[in-house]
Design a protein around this ligand. Structure first.
Ligand SMILES: *[C@@H]1O[C@H](CO)[C@@H](O)[C@H](O)[C@H]1NC(C)=O
Ligand SMILES: *[C@@H]1O[C@H](CO)[C@@H](O)[C@H](O)[C@H]1NC(C)=O
Length: 620
């Protein structure tokens, strides 16, 4: 009898895992996630109470002490150990302290491509207690000036290759009393100071800790620019707490201390800087830094440098899948890919083509207070719900009216949570543990991202601007982005910024800019509906010259549609949804259409061009 009870109990215990597995096949993933999340929460609370505050720089310095001879950064043919990187950044800190008279709390704009000096400058600035504003090196003229001033930067440090962009804005910068340094020894521009020689001559001894004694977890560490819903780029305030949160993503994704991570995404974005660079410092691992992404060299680089972890944005994965097949496609050590925006079909292609790589999709905005991680590797999902995560960052999906572009309200004036499986707008509660730091010197845009009185009077939520869906297994899927931005080639494009630029062209009266979907591409490509000034024709040449000069290539409208009048909504907002749906097919649209041909400017759109784009013969 006892034997029988024992037997059935044991048998019962044996089937228990099976039972749990059938109910939740992702149980092990969920448990692992819970363990990691709790470990991270403990670490962060330790950093917060640590006196003085323990920052990512302190973590870097601990690596220097513990692993002085470990490779920290590999770039082209050179490599730097933690100890060498420490010395390089000491020289930068000393040169800047002496020649730019920087002190704790000053903001310095860094206008530089991906290269080791970017990292030394950031570390050097951190050693002085300064905030680094990471400028996108594609921006020019008005945008560049705006990004420099909106974070109250006093000093600009530019790469030697960006001399012309600096020259263009120099008179205004000088008027504002800014100091301008260039990473060169012999720049002949009047008003620009050579920096490279000063760094070379500086001592590599550490600077005093007193220089950054007052930095705390809420001090701004960085400004990272986002193209939000309107106008010029906005400087998202990244404080030290936010850096820590983002740095731990590598741990959540399963990065190990013997990994080598490939950072080829631009360091001026949060993916490359926070998840890539800072994440690697948190784990104490080696970074392979690349100036720019190259699809043809990608796997050779991975092989050459023994890369084990790559980052991606969706477009990158498609570019890689589109390269000609090679025999050695699976010959590499990459085991983990960490990123955002891969489409389901590309995901499956990628795995088949390049072998068993764990793809970890993440979701999060630079300035946001909410993120998701698809730690279970479910194809197509951007994240997975987890009760611990939900407890730590309360979020909801609410019903949204895409035509009116506002949340749907119930009879009492509150938002409506949608049922599982439906698409809704992601909002996340703003609280002490889930703060929203907003944008530098831009109260209006900061307020615009906040939703008040969402479920009860007086509550406050962050409006992500993204429409998501959560299925009954708890997987989160991205559906669409709302408002006045669209994404193309991994960059957010602010439609009003593009429209403002279009209005500078002589013949253009009004402009409505939006993104249209193109078969086989992620995101949307730029299109503009224009009205022309009275008695003027569309001047394709002038328009092309202007957009080429003022807008980075990803933001230039690829299609133009000339209308007699722009359609407005009932609330006098420009109608976009219908235009997006109508697209750029000349057989359907009766307005005249133009297409931006590479190196050739705007030419009339033809059915032939349309078909070539559709069949993938023209690559956009
Ligand atoms: C930078 O170096 C060049 C060449 O040595 C020199 O002509 C120029 O005056 C320097 N600029 C400044 C501001 O010192
Ligand atoms: C890559 O790994 C191989 C084998 O483990 C080793 O021989 C080689 O030196 C490594 N290359 C680099 C750049 O670390």
């Amino acid at each position: 009898m006892i034997a029988y009870i024992l037997y059935t109990t044991l048998a019962g215990l044996a089937v228990l895992p099976l039972f749990l597995y059938l109910r939740n096949p992702y149980l092990m993933n969920d448990i692992n996630y819970a363990i990691t999340a709790l470990r991270i929460a403990r670490k962060i609370s330790k950093f917060k109470t640590h006196k003085p505050f323990y920052s990512i720089l302190d973590c870097f310095l601990d690596n220097v002490a513990k692993l002085p001879h470990k490779k920290f950064l590999v770039f082209e043919e050179s490599s730097f150990t933690f100890s060498q990187a420490d010395k390089e950044s000491n020289k930068v800190a000393r040169a800047l302290s002496t020649h730019a008279h920087l002190k704790e709390g000053d903001t310095v704009a860094v206008f530089l491509e991906n290269e080791p000096m970017f990292v030394w400058i950031w570390l050097g600035l951190a050693k002085l207690g300064c905030t680094a504003a990471l400028l996108n090196y594609n921006i020019r003229s008005k945008s560049l000036l705006h990004c420099f001033s909106c974070c109250e930067a006093k000093v600009l440090i530019a790469g030697a290759g960006l001399r012309d962009a600096v020259e263009e804005v120099l008179p205004t910068l000088k008027q504002q009393g800014a100091r301008v340094f260039i990473l060169s020894e012999d720049c002949d521009l009047d008003g620009v100071e050579n920096l490279s020689d000063k760094i070379q001559q500086a001592s590599d001894q550490p600077v005093s800790l007193h220089l950054r004694a007052n930095i705390h977890i809420k001090s701004p560490a960085l400004y990272i620019y986002t193209s939000g819903t309107t106008g010029l780029p906005k400087a998202a305030v990244i404080n030290h707490e936010r850096i820590w949160m983002a740095s731990f993503l590598q741990s959540i994704a399963g990065v190990r201390s013997d990994d080598v991570v490939f950072v080829y995404l631009p360091l001026y974005h949060s993916a490359g800087f926070l998840m890539g660079l800072c994440g690697a410092i948190e784990k104490g691992i080696t970074i392979v830094l690349k100036r720019k992404f190259s699809a043809s060299q990608f796997w050779n680089d991975c092989r050459k440098y023994n890369v084990t972890v790559i980052q991606y944005i969706g477009e990158i994965m498609r570019y890689l899948c589109n390269t000609p097949k090679r025999d050695n496609d699976k010959d590499h050590k990459v085991r983990l890919a960490l990123g955002n925006g891969i489409r389901s079909d590309t995901w499956a292609d990628f795995l088949q083509r390049f072998g068993d790589i764990h793809i970890c999709e993440c979701y999060g905005a630079t300035e946001g207070n909410i993120g998701f991680v698809n730690y279970a590797g479910k194809i197509g999902a951007i994240g997975r719900e987890h009760f611990l995560h939900k407890m730590a960052c309360p979020y909801k999906l609410i019903r949204y009216d895409t035509e009116k572009e506002e949340p749907v309200k119930d009879s009492r004036g509150f938002c409506i949570e949608i049922p599982t499986g439906e698409t809704g707008l992601l909002v996340a509660k703003i609280g002490e543990k889930t703060p929203f730091s907003g944008y530098a010197r831009n109260k209006q845009q900061t307020e615009k991202k906040k939703l008040r009185n969402v479920f009860v009077k007086g509550d406050l939520y962050f409006n992500s601007g993204d429409l998501l869906k959560i299925d009954d297994e708890g997987f989160v899927f991205f559906q669409d982005r709302i408002g006045d931005t669209f994404r193309w080639k991994g960059e957010n494009v602010a439609t009003t910024e593009v429209a403002d630029n279009m209005l500078m062209v002589d013949c253009i009266e009004e402009a409505n800019v939006y993104g249209v979907k193109v078969p086989g591409h992620e995101g949307r490509i730029g299109m503009a509906a224009l009205t022309l000034k009275e008695n003027m024709d569309f001047d394709g040449k002038a328009t092309y010259q202007y957009v080429k000069k003022c807008l980075p290539s990803y933001a230039r409208p690829r299609f133009i549609r000339i209308q007699d009048a722009l359609a407005l909504t009932g609330t006098f907002k420009q109608m976009k949804v219908k235009l997006c749906e109508e697209g750029y097919n000349p057989a359907v649209i009766k307005d005249s259409l133009f297409y931006l041909e590479d190196n050739n400017g705007y030419v009339p759109m033809t059915q032939e061009i349309y078909n070539s784009i559709k069949d993938g013969k023209i690559r956009l």
